[in-house]
Write a protein that binds this ligand. Structure first.
Ligand code: EPU
Length: 431
């Protein structure tokens, strides 16, 4: 297969140090659940600030509209208006565009008492089951059945209870939090995810009148309310986007500052860069790298927050393929998040895969090649490799990047990258 018909491509002439400042966008993974939380309203609006312009945000808007919401966007602000009537069934084609569609399950069930959610299915990075979402909602009194590729969830009323998550799943924590906000009585979520995006959702729900304690501690206590109120909510900066541009500065030995970031959200990355001998200057809300040299080889393990984020593992693999020494990367969150490795190999990276472990033998150079983005963060890793590589790199299937990076080509151009984007000129025979 060459590339999908609708896909675009990016070409990069690599080997130029990037120099300049990048302003972090609003967080994709905070925006999506907060948009879904609007469904908890019976009547009223939520207003969002710092909303990134991304394909996934657009897909979530379409999903909310299909359920009866009115969504208005103006640059980086958005209002979502909910009126009395909401549908509880949605088009499978829309749900299958994005795993995060599953985030409507909890709020819609709490609000309407019934949901038919076509199963979002697997994706390139693994099968991504929803058992923890279902287990938690069932414990709150929902009846959940699977029928012909759809989840049917029903609950006359959801009742507060004690839920222990076998794994601190981000999506399950978000769905259960939202459902608990309208449940009868108190819900305790133990071993809850502690990602900053969860804190943003908790703060949003609190602004809507929910009573929640414990964000960031792994134990969330939610006192259900009969109704929530309209609110105005600010989305936090996108730590993964910010880190990707910081790594672009590192991999090109440039001078890149990222503004508007919350540095403590990136503590694990900063610790690992420090271990690799890369200095990052931290001025409160600006992170800067200044002509860094080659990193040393390190060992890295992806973990739930505050551990090292799986969403930065591909980008770190690109960097470490240019390290002085060998690195070991253990991916513990997703079962198949090494698809970018074979693409990096086409550029000269020396990577051995052993199950969920990658052994990366650092090389002095990467060489431009034709490569394929297989998923969002894997695509970002290829962009980083292309920026550092000698010669020209062509990356196909760059639609994946639009799911999570706003104006990536423009942002990189502004700091000196030679990067262009165009529609892929492929015929059916190429596919
Ligand atoms: N899992 C289960 N059962 C469940 C839920 C999850 O086995 O019921 C497993 C998943 O299969 C996966 C692991 O637990 O292996 C982690 O899944 P989690 O639920 O924590 O992730 P998610 O909510 O599906 C969010 C982000 C991902 C990010 C992960 C981990 C959003 C919209 N997505 O996904 O972001 O990688 O948390 O931090 O918030 C990305 O931005 O590129 C991205 C994939």
């Amino acid at each position: 297969m060459k590339a999908s018909l609708e896909s675009g491509l990016i070409t990069i002439k690599g080997g130029r140090p990037l120099r300049g400042e990048v302003i972090a966008q609003g967080s994709k993974n905070a925006t999506l659940p907060i948009m879904a939380a609007s469904l908890l309203l019976y009547n009223g609006k939520i207003s969002l600030r710092n909303v990134p312009k991304l394909l996934d945000v657009h897909t979530m808007s379409e999903l909310l509209i299909s359920l009866g919401a009115k969504v208005d966007r103006d640059d980086h602000t958005m209002t979502i208006e909910i009126q009395d009537e909401l549908a509880w069934e949605m088009p499978p084609s829309l749900v299958r565009k994005m795993r995060a569609s599953s985030l409507v399950l909890g709020p819609l069930l709490a609000r309407c008492g019934k949901v038919i959610l076509p199963l979002p299915g697997g994706c390139a990075i693994g099968s991504r089951p929803m058992d923890l979402h279902f287990k938690g909602l069932s414990k709150m009194g929902a009846q959940i059945t699977l029928d012909k590729g759809a989840v049917i969830a029903k609950a006359n009323k959801l009742v507060g209870t004690r839920i222990y998550l076998d794994f601190p799943s981000v999506g399950a924590t978000e769905n259960l939090l939202m459902a608990a906000a309208l449940a009868d009585g108190e819900t305790l979520i133990e071993n809850a995810a502690r990602e900053p995006e969860i804190d943003n959702l908790v703060r949003a729900l609190r602004k809507m009148g929910a009573v929640i304690e414990g964000e960031g501690t792994g134990i969330l206590r939610i006192k259900g309310k009969k109704e929530l109120n309209p609110a105005s909510i600010t989305i936090i900066p996108d730590r993964i986007e910010a880190a990707t541009y910081l790594l672009a500065g590192v991999i090109t030995h440039g001078d890149v500052a990222i503004r508007g970031v919350i540095p403590e959200h990136l503590n694990a990355l900063l610790a690992k860069l420090d271990e690799a001998g890369i200095e990052v200057i931290n001025n409160g809300n600006v992170l800067r790298v200044l002509n860094p040299g080659r990193p040393n080889g390190i060992t890295l393990k992806t973990m739930p927050y505050p551990g090292f984020s799986t969403d930065l593992q591909p980008q770190m693999m690109a960097l470490l393929s240019l390290a002085d020494g060998t690195s070991i990367i253990h991916e513990t969150i997703f079962e198949a998040r090494f698809l970018h490795a074979s693409e990096l190999q086409k550029m000269g990276a020396q990577i051995e895969l052993q199950g969920n472990t990658a052994i990366v033998h650092g090389q002095e150079n990467l060489i431009g090649a034709e490569v394929y983005a297989t998923d969002l963060r894997g695509g970002a890793a290829l962009v980083l490799a292309g920026l550092a590589a000698e010669g020209e790199t062509t990356i196909y299937n760059v639609e994946h990047l639009k799911r999570g990076y706003e104006n990536m080509v423009e942002k990189l151009t502004l700091i000196g990258a030679q990067i262009d984007e165009r529609a892929a000129e492929v015929t059916k025979e190429d596919i």
